[in-house]
Design a protein around this ligand. Sequence first.
Ligand code: T1G
Ligand code: NAD
Length: 656
Amino acid sequence: MGLSMPLTLKRQNNIAIVTIDNPPVNAASHAVRQGLLDVVQETERDPTVQAVLLTCAGRTFVAGADIREFGKPPVEPHLPDVLRLIETAQTPWVAVLHGSVLGGGLELAMACRYRVANAGAQLGLPEVNLGLIPGAGGTVQLPRLVSAELALDMVAGGKPISAKAALHAGLIDALTEGALTPFALSFIDNLASHPVRPSTLDKAVNLPVDQAAFDEKVAKVTARAKGQKSPVAAAQAISKGFNLTVEEALQQERETFLKLKDDPQSAALRHIFFAERGTISLERLKGQKLAQIQTVGVVGGGTMGAGIAAACLLRGVSVVLVERDDDAAQAGFKRTADILAGSLSRGLVSQQKHDKMLDSFTVSANYAAFAHADLVIEAVFENFEVKAEVFSKIEAVVRPDAIIASNTSYLDVNALSQTLKHSSRAIGLHFFSPAHIMKLLEIVVPDTVSDEVLASCVAFGRQLGKICVLAGVCDGFIANRIMSAYRRECEYMLEDGALPWEIDEAMLAFGMPMGIYQMQDLAGLDIAWAMRKRQAAERKSDERYVDIADKLCEMGRFGQKSGRGWYIYDGKSRKPDPEVQALILSESSRKGITRISFSPDQIMSRILGRMQTEGHAILNEGIAQRAEDIDVVMINAFGFPRWTGGPMFMEGLSGA
Ligand code: T1G
Ligand code: NAD
């Protein structure tokens, strides 16, 4: 048959083997849907075909609908229509799964009568992460193959499960570590002696084992969703589906899907999906030779040093960690080993991988240990002189082609680069704490860094699974500079009439994971206090300065660790403190300010406005490459709610 690419069809005796080849992830584009429609119509007309084997070329089975087609007028054939034809075909289809079987890809697989998978495959319905729910039958198919509870978790949580878990749950029929197609063909041979099973949608739906417990799970989804609509809609689709016929459930799902697809939250989530994948678009990086980074040196085994060491080890990179002395080195080893032990206990790594990581991790108090390092990252105290001294000690011992990086939060990476004999090898790699978990990596680009060093560090960041954003050199780069700006705006509001807990509540209601005063109490007020004192001399005399935070520190109120900060702490509980309120009111009157009240919307409008103003300045100064990058930073550094698309998207500045 004359199948149009990206599908090919070949016969192997009475088996029709269909292969989808639509790089990079075999998304179910219009051409793929048309090809599938052609195949199912053709094979249904051919009595010599006893089974259809559906497989994909490349690194993954169909990873979902083609997100790039969203926002454009839908073109037939629509995926649900094609899947219903496959589902009800006389000739059974067998899905052969590898890679990321996601969204429409899993719906396609569930429309097939049988599913066999490679042991490394992941299967999921992540539509909620795009502000959607499955739109091709997934909420109706899944609870007919797995338990109601697992179906709810998968559809409302959006996280994939492993092939092993899928086999256990009844989502797939068999899995193999070996060659997939021969395994699938032998699976089909065995089928011959069994009656063909009913189609997925002809199966009875699995009802909740314990309805009350299920309803509690649904309520938890709603609570966790905060302001995002899609998880709630997904949970509703599953729970309401139990009391509907298949046709009614499919209809309900389709209506909900189409409604969400046109919702601003889905546009925002699709914007950030692509924004996170397009952060590095720099002409000077194209075609650059990349340094292979297999051994990383880390200076400092404190909070960040240990986190960075763990982040490297978890991705198979060897690490040499150097500290000031043997005791500190051992402490750094233990801090890092504890992180790896945590990954093991949470089942994120096998015992074998855990042991291998420890074997590729050494600590020392002697910088000579860096002799074979491809890259050395310093994560010592946030003090220029200390870092400059560490930089020169690194340069004295490493290979001429080794890269030297700083994890500084605020210091001038240009000035730090100039302390080296060869500044072209120096760069800023600003990880966020905890470094082995936070996905964002700000790559701070000094004036003198070479193209090869920069390109190698971008590749290294990706090797660590990070979302890399390029930042120019300025105070706080992108994330911390914007955070400092809106922190100041909040302090102005305190003097103007708001209270810390009012501001925190407004930020929580907006969807931020934490209010700014709760966050300061958690991190400790003393760090920022020390920085403000350091910066006092450079502060412009006409710049509005709020003394409230300094006065809290002078009172020994350093936050949670001292039992009092912006709030008062009694064990785990955090309460507004009348003493802080009195201090704020007295500061307003000392400055002759007549206090006004702020609504949550007014508070958020001032915060967002400040973020956007600082974002404009960052773009105008060339500190950020694109407005989208600022959205990526704010969402991944501070948990700015993804379903808004980020502050610049909200202003209409970035994305669609
Ligand atoms: N559509 C179009 N392009 C996609 C895509 C998709 N679904 N998924 C990935 N890409 C592009 C991506 O932009 C990048 O492009 C390249 O592929 C590699 O991606 C009907 C409605 C599959 C786990 O949500 O989770 O099905 O930058 O860098 O890290 O009910 O991509 O190279 O030009 O992420 O190896 C549901 C989204 C869709 C899956 C691979 N499916 N994708 O990760 O590579 S909605 C999803 C991912 C749906 C149905 C509903 C990941 C991945 P470029 P990458 P990766
Ligand atoms: P930390 O105090 O926890 O650790 C610093 C470590 O550096 C200590 O263990 C100390 O013994 C070691 N050290 C100091 N001088 C040294 C030297 N000459 N040689 C070897 N080791 C030396 O500090 P941290 O929180 O890990 O921060 C480290 C750096 O990372 C700072 O520049 C900080 O601004 C930056 N940073 C911190 C965070 C955060 O949230 N903590 C986030 C991003 C970046």
